[in-house]
Design a protein around this ligand. Structure first.
Ligand SMILES: Nc1ncnc2c1ncn2[C@@H]1O[C@H](COP(=O)(O)OP(=O)(O)OP(=O)(O)O)[C@@H](O)[C@H]1O
Ligand SMILES: [Mg+2]
Length: 291
């Protein structure tokens, strides 16, 4: 049996753009924080939508920036004036950032550090759980692949060692979980299935798939029959009701595609009819999660 999500130290949340990655990351974080875990949301999308949740005890938020991660890494690892000099050198920085995958590796290095029980940053208190609001599927999978690529290419030296340690952590399912988010629409579901395959090629697994924004099933089959019989008449409400039913049917088909692949790992979150998801709405989603 895999370790329950909230007993791990690191959770990546990814999925198609706009499907609710940040929302799910926040709902997970809320549940974790309310269960007493000191939780940090590490946001990799600097310009992403962000809820405040600032009054929540145990809940912290960090925006991970590769440039800043590099400066921090250099000052801690190289140390002293040399580290500072390199960290602030525009030429060095330009070289480092131009290395393919370096930004991802630096960001992951920071995330890895957040998830450790002994933080390398002096005086930093450890978190119990780090939840990563990761980039959309394709970039998310590339991000998770980066450390292994670096470890294989560099082979020796400090970068290879660090990358190998990160790769090892990411593939340790007692430590790290990967959560996919989808909505019940064809493209989002297709992207989730592709993400799953891309991760499996890296010997990584989706531990949970959250099907977000599910609309309720409103009508039983006999009711649909009655409505269909009335269709074409002067009732706008009949039209709307049949439209809602059609949508529900389409959603069921898409959910079934995911269910076939993920079985018990699939869970649904309802679409909330609210102009904006406030803390209370987020709390409702959080309470629905099966963790
Ligand atoms: N279950 C839900 N019910 C209603 N609205 C929702 C639900 N989940 C998310 N939303 C809304 O959908 C929008 C997109 O959600 P969110 O920002 O979490 O997606 P995202 O995947 O992080 O997007 P991006 O790819 O841009 O980072 C937001 O306005 C959010 O409030
Ligand atoms: Mg987002």
């Amino acid at each position: 049996m895999p370790v329950p999500l909230l007993q791990r130290r690191l959770i990546f949340v990814t999925g198609k753009g706009g499907v609710g990655k940040s929302t799910v990351a926040e709902a997970l974080a809320l549940r974790a924080a309310r269960s007493g875990l000191r939780t940090v949301i590490a946001d990799l999308n600097a310009d992403g939508h962000a809820h405040e949740l600032e009054h929540e005890a145990n809940l912290f938020r960090i925006s991970v920036d590769p440039q800043h991660a590099m400066e921090e890494y250099l000052s801690l690892k190289v140390g002293g004036a040399a580290g500072q000099l390199l960290g602030h050198s525009r030429l060095f920085s330009a070289f480092a950032m131009a290395t393919p995958g370096m930004r991802e590796l630096l960001s992951l290095g920071k995330i890895w550090e957040l998830a450790q029980t002994d933080r390398r940053t002096p005086q930093a208190s450890p978190y119990d759980l780090t939840i990563v609001d990761a980039p959309a599927s394709g970039h998310g999978a590339a991000l998770l692949r980066t450390p292994r690529t670096f470890a294989e290419i560099a082979r020796v030296g400090p970068i290879a060692r660090q990358a190998a340690a990160i790769a090892q952590t990411l593939s340790d399912r007692d430590f790290t979980a990967i959560v996919g988010v989808a909505i019940p629409e064809e493209l989002a579901v297709g992207e989730t299935l592709e993400l799953h395959e891309a991760l499996q090629r890296e010997r990584l697994e989706l531990d949970a798939v959250i099907l977000n924004c599910c609309h309720p099933d409103r009508f039983e089959p006999p009711e649909v029959e009655t409505l269909t019989a009335l269709d074409g008449g002067p009732y706008t409400s009949v039209r709307l009701a049949l439209g809602a039913d059609q949508r529900a049917r389409m959603e069921r088909e898409q959910a079934a595609r995911l269910e076939r692949r993920f079985g018990e790992r699939l869970q649904r979150l309802p679409y909330l009819f609210e102009p904006e998801l406030d803390d209370a709405a987020l709390g409702r989603l959080a309470a629905e999660l099966r963790l």
